[in-house]
Design a protein around this ligand. Structure first.
Ligand code: S3P
Length: 185
C-alpha cells in the first residue's frame, strides 16, 4: 500500500494514478470516495455540514480503505489534520486494537507514506490553473499561508519518504518514488 500526502496542488492524484499504473495496483482518491458516499461534492459537504463533519467522514473512509486490499491511495490535503487518521497511518493501516497496536508484529505489508512536497507558490499556481478553484473550499481561507506552514511539519511527521515536486513533471516524480521505494515494496 502506498499513501500519498501533501498540500493541495502537490500532484497527489496525478502522480498517484501514474504510480498505480506502473505498479499494477488500483488507484483511489479519498476525496472521490467521500463524494460518492456523501452523494455531494466536497465543497458542498464543507458548506452544509462544516469542516469537522467532513474530517470525521474523511477519517472513516481512509481507515476503511487502509484496512482493505493493497492500492495507491491519495489523501486530501487536510486528511492528516485528524488525529485518528494520523494514528491509523502510524499503525501502518491497522485498525485500533490490532496486533501492531498491542506491540505484536502485524501480518499487513508495510505502509509507504509518501509526502509530495510543493512550495506554497507552486501549489497556488497549480490549483489556480486547474480550472475550478471553486471546488477547493480551502482556497477561500484568509489564513491559507499559515495553514500551509503549519501543515509542512504534519506531513513530514507522518511520511516515510519525502519527494520534492517543484518544477518537476508528474512522470519524473513517479519515477523518483519508484526508484526510492523499490527495495521496500
Ligand atoms: C483539503 C484538500 C482537498 C479536499 C478538501 C480539503 C485541505 O483535497 O480534501 O478541499 O484541507 O487541504 P486536495 O488536496 O486533493 O485538493
Amino acid at each position: 500500500m502506498i499513501v500519498l500526502v501533501g498540500f493541495m496542488g502537490a500532484g497527489k492524484s496525478t502522480v498517484g494514478s501514474l504510480l498505480a499504473g506502473r505498479l499494477g495496483l488500483p488507484f483511489t482518491d479519498s476525496d472521490q470516495v467521500i463524494e460518492q458516499r456523501a452523494g455531494r461534492p466536497v465543497r458542498q459537504i464543507f458548506a452544509e455540514d462544516g469542516e469537522p463533519a467532513f474530517r470525521a467522514l474523511e477519517h472513516q473512509v481512509i481507515a476503511e480503505i487502509l484496512d482493505g486490499p493493497a492500492r495507491v491511495l491519495a489523501l486530501g490535503g487536510g486528511a492528516v489534520e485528524h488525529p485518528g487518521t494520523r494514528a491509523v497511518l502510524a499503525r501502518g493501516g491497522d485498525p485500533p486494537g490490532s496486533p501492531r497496536d498491542r506491540g505484536d508484529p502485524s501480518p499487513r505489508a508495510p505502509l509507504e507514506i509518501v509526502y509530495l512536497h510543493v512550495s506554497y507558490e507552486q501549489a497556488l499556481q497549480r490549483v489556480g490553473g486547474d480550472g475550478d478553484p471553486e471546488s477547493r473550499p480551502l482556497l477561500a481561507r484568509p489564513d491559507l499561508a499559515a495553514l500551509y506552514q503549519r501543515r509542512l511539519g504534519v506531513y513530514a511527521g507522518v511520511a516515510t519518504l519525502t519527494v520534492p515536486t517543484d518544477g518537476r513533471r508528474p512522470e519524473a516524480v513517479t519515477e523518483d518514488i519508484l526508484a526510492r521505494t523499490a527495495t521496500l515494496l
